[in-house]
Design a protein. Structure first.
Length: 270
């Protein structure tokens, strides 16, 4: 065999080996591609059909710190799969909870539900009877009564205590009569001012009058006297009240009652 023939055979053998290696690589690549296609197909089936139809829904709450208490109201729905989760029913149930002003809900494929809660903002508080116990409850600007939240602390006179309201027992979604909503709106406006007027008073008492009207009695902090006023509550009235209190306390220590009703000023001593 000549040198040229030997070189030809060697080159042919090397080409055959390279071709064999290339074919093996292509076979491996095809196998990997087929495996990846199966994995992809499995994930598609998993997320398109299995998760939405069989896996329990994942609910995410925002806008509230009381997730544990709120989520228990829809506890049976938390075990349903995403595809069977009834958004309208969940919104209806959550909206009926005292202390919740509004609820918005968004379902995101394949298994998430995002619930945004807007809680009622308390403007005042009062006391009611629940299970033969007197407990504090909060009141929002619309006159809705709801349980005390973590934002309230004893001695928080910026959220004034309003007593004498026609409420003895609290029920879900209970509201004050409409005439007292004007008082709550006035308190809300005054709370928004930089001057913390209500920190000067420990209690505001509502005194019902004939023909459906009412008057107010203010009890200053660290004082035994009381101040009678008309039902119309605004900043000018509170400024006037505080000035009168300063004057009376400086000249007469035996005053037990100041009357600011009907545009006049009078006081009663012991």
């Amino acid at each position: 065999m000549t040198d040229s023939s030997a070189a030809y055979l060697k080159k042919k053998t090397e080409n055959a080996k390279k071709k064999d290696i290339s074919e093996k690589r292509m076979a491996i690549i095809k196998i990997v591609v087929i495996i990846l296609c199966f994995v992809l197909a499995f994930e598609v089936v998993l997320y398109l059909f299995i998760v939405p139809c069989f896996a329990p829904v994942k609910i995410v709450f925002t806008g509230t710190h009381d997730v544990a208490n709120i989520s228990r109201f829809i506890e049976p729905m938390k075990r349903k799969p995403w595809i069977r989760f009834d958004s309208a029913e969940a919104v209806s149930i959550l909206s009926s909870i005292p202390g919740i002003e509004s609820v918005s809900l968004e379902k995101r494929f394949p298994d998430h539900v995002f619930v945004r809660i807007k809680e009622c903002t308390p403007v005042a508080m009062t006391f009611v009877l629940v299970n033969n116990r007197t407990i504090p409850v909060q009141i929002d600007v619309n006159g809705v009564l709801f349980p005390v939240t973590a934002s309230y602390s004893p001695g928080d006179y910026i959220t004034p205590l309003v007593t004498g309201l026609p409420v003895e027992r609290i029920k879900n979604g209970m509201r004050l009569p409409s005439k007292y909503c004007e008082l709550m709106a006035a308190i809300a406006d005054l709370r928004a001012l930089p001057e913390k007027y209500f920190s000067a008073f420990s209690e505001i008492h509502v005194v019902p009058k004939d023909y459906g009207n009412y008057e107010l009695v203010f009890y200053p902090v660290h004082s035994r006297l009381r101040v009678l006023t008309d039902k119309d509550l605004d900043e000018s009235m509170l400024r006037r009240m505080l000035v009168v209190l300063d004057v009376v306390n400086s000249i007469e220590s035996d005053v037990v009652e100041i009357d600011l009703r009907y545009g006049a000023i009078s006081y009663t001593t012991r």
